[in-house]
Design a protein around this ligand. Sequence first.
Ligand SMILES: Cc1cc2nc3c(=O)[nH]c(=O)nc-3n(C[C@H](O)[C@H](O)[C@H](O)COP(=O)(O)OP(=O)(O)OC[C@H]3O[C@@H](n4cnc5c(N)ncnc54)[C@H](O)[C@@H]3O)c2cc1C
Length: 339
Amino acid sequence: MFNILENISLKPHNTFAVEAFAKRFVEISSAEQFKNLLQNEDLRGEELLILGGGSNILFTEDFNGLVIKNSIGGISITKETDAYVIISAGAGVIWDDLVDFCVTKNLGGIENLKLIPGTVGAAPIQNIGAYGAELVDVFESLTGIFIQNFEEKTFMKDECKFGYRSSVFKTDLKGKFFITEVRLKLNKKPRINLSYKALKDSVEEEGIANPTIKDVSRHVKNIRESKLPNPSDIGNAGSFFKNAEVHKSKVDELIKIYPDLVFYKVDNEIMKIPSGWLIDKCGLKGLRKGNTGTHDKQALVIVNLGGATGKEIYEIAMFVKEKVKNVFGIELIPEVNII
Ligand SMILES: Cc1cc2nc3c(=O)[nH]c(=O)nc-3n(C[C@H](O)[C@H](O)[C@H](O)COP(=O)(O)OP(=O)(O)OC[C@H]3O[C@@H](n4cnc5c(N)ncnc54)[C@H](O)[C@@H]3O)c2cc1C
């Protein structure tokens, strides 16, 4: 049925590649297995942590409970019309495998999200996004289980409270609900999304007259590989902080001091400033502290240069946060889940 292991290293299970031990560890491959597991008397009162690919998590200490590694697989088309398909994927499917599955079948909507590490089940948690697209754009529904009473529930899009790198699963339901299956609505007549300037420039440079979603995913892959460190070479979890959302009066104030300030309009009141720009402006791009630092090409990515502990990474992150607060008066919010 399932095999509960004891005192297991989590180093191979997190992309920061930091050492931390789980008191207990189990891998499950179906929702049924998860329900059976929770009914185990021996686990009553045990602290639980659901783990996907470990690409958005920082272990600052050992986990004194049960880590449940989600390996629920399966991709299927559950509905098809002339215009769209609904694809259902097990939460343990590798996100990038799902992207490739859809791109190969010319089903449009997630090609801009190519090469984001992690699992399908974690994608709704922070409403993954990149290169002008977000999961919410194609999200149909998800099913999962409440950890407290094993009750199953399907959430439609409105109920998920998706926001910028956020959802109800990262706020009110954090740690309380296990996502087992995700459904996406994909377009059979794909609309090409080149709203992100660097992507548009890259596609145009190649001189393709009518780019396909295959072209888009290939360009996203190339851009990402040239800008972001590959976790199998240098431990990292992508952007450590969310981009800063500030009131427009803050932008008015800062632009007087920094005429080169980069910002985007969210709505009439709120502006977004890239946190990488803020960190860079503090002179912290390529920062080095012991075995950790910020990446040379992208200041928003904190890296494990080899042998760093989770605490060291956390400390450098807090150092960066403090510096940005002192210089700009802006409070950075971590995107990474800190344990
Ligand atoms: C190099 C790199 C680049 C990245 N680029 C991007 C990017 O462009 N855009 C972006 O949005 N993110 C990006 N990320 C962050 C990360 O890939 C995503 O957040 C991804 O969705 C995390 O998936 P995971 O399976 O690894 O989650 P994990 O790290 O395993 O878990 C993250 C959180 O979700 C919870 N969780 C995981 N699975 C489930 C489940 N099935 N049910 C309930 N809770 C669950 C965990 O308990 C934890 O709190 C990047 C990361 C790296 C390393």
